[in-house]
Design a protein around this ligand. Structure first.
Ligand code: RAM
Length: 360
């Protein structure tokens, strides 16, 4: 029935019959509705923690970059969990970490394919918003993992660790290695990356503490999560700042390339390097004295949690609101924090003493 004719019918009903009947037909509230409040129909959009986990779903993963070993591990963790839960996994994504337009078109592709949920690591906070909102409008649940978009453009964000902890501890790790003095630089990923930019803001804040008064951040360089560009940026930092004492690289691609450069140069062991790397990438450089300590979480666990969150959303167990809880299989129970953020846990610091215990 068209709105105009419905309105006409309502007016007629109100005129000829009981008020309750007219109110029901025309969308008003009746006593019966009030009594049913909290029931399934009235609470559409409310989480039901006891809802059964749906099977036969399709969950799409869209990392920042597909040929990055970090995302290979993360998405393998996602795939394993999706399969265990009886659903289908697919992965799409650009090969470059600065192909934001590519990411947008992959979101649109997943929407057209009518996946049930997608897990996205955003190259840029705002660029994906319109496409992600369109996906949600089509009933698709959207989880960001690793790198967030704006909170209103997704249902939940699975964060690798507290962004504040990550930013501050990287400064602390480097400070200890350079005895709290000297010039330092940051070698980041893409200039737009939400995760790296958030960590860098906390690094800058940490550096305001008087205990770092003899340390100076002289430059933030961007290697775009490209091995060659990151290598060249490292070389450039050392040429431009001959007194540089240390580098923080909060990207697995960046820290590996920087270690490679330092390791073959006269700066090996003299200019300190820390940040976020995988133990498998960094083992050689820890053993040959280029790197003392760095940190990371287990990327496969991050992917697993993203997958389990996506399925919990698609099953109606959570909706993305603060305070909701769900069980992520053997990983245990997780509670959604402010803005629908779910924290994986604490990162691990790797050094010569423990690096051989890790294989990722
Ligand atoms: C790179 C990516 C990713 C980041 C890790 C630490 O692989 O930039 O987004 O979380 O490094």
């Amino acid at each position: 029935m068209h709105t105009a004719s419905l309105r006409r019918t309502c007016a007629a009903l109100a005129a000829v019959s009981s008020l309750a009947l007219a109110a029901t037909a025309c969308g008003g509230t009746t006593k019966e509705d009030v009594k049913n409040e909290g029931g399934a129909a009235a609470s559409a959009g409310k989480a039901d923690p006891n809802a059964a986990t749906k099977k036969g779903l399709t969950v799409g993963f869209l990392p920042k970059q597909v040929n990055n070993p970090y995302f290979t591990s993360a998405d393998q963790g996602g795939e394993k969990a999706v399969r265990e839960l009886g659903s289908t996994f697919k992965e799409v994504g650009p090969t470059s970490a600065t192909d934001t337009a590519g990411q947008v078109s992959y979101v649109n592709t997943l929407t057209q394919q009518q996946v049930d949920a997608m897990a996205v690591s955003a190259q840029d906070p705002g660029a994906l918003c319109t496409a992600l909102k369109q996906a949600m409008k089509n009933g698709i649940k959207v989880v960001t993992y690793d790198s967030d978009t704006n909170p209103e453009c997704r249902n939940a964000f699975v964060s690798q660790a507290s962004a504040e902890d990550l930013g501050r501890t990287e400064v602390q790790l480097l400070a200890e290695q350079i005895d709290y003095r000297g010039e330092i630089a940051i070698l980041s990923a893409a200039q737009t990356a939400t995760n790296q930019n958030t960590w860098i803001d906390f690094m800058k804040d940490e550096l305001k503490d008087p205990k770092y008064k003899n340390m100076k951040l002289v430059e933030v360089a961007y290697g775009n999560d490209d091995a060659q560009q990151s290598f060249q940026q490292t070389q450039g930092l050392l040429q431009e700042h001959p007194n540089l004492k240390g580098i923080i690289s909060p990207t697995t691609v960046g820290i590996k390339a920087a270690a490679q450069y330092l390791s073959g140069s006269k700066y090996k062991g003299k200019v300190k390097l820390t940040g976020l790397g995988t133990p498998n990438d960094m083992r050689t450089y820890v053993k040959n004295g280029t790197v003392e300590a760095f940190e990371l979480w287990d990327p496969a666990k991050l992917g697993e949690l993203a997958a389990r969150t996506a399925v919990a959303l698609a099953s109606g167990q959570i909706t993305g609101k603060e305070g909701e809880t769900f069980t992520a299989g053997a990983m245990g129970e997780y509670t959604l924090g402010k803005d629908g953020v779910i924290n994986l846990g604490k990162p691990t610091v790797f050094n010569a003493g423990n690096i051989d215990r890790f294989d990722f």
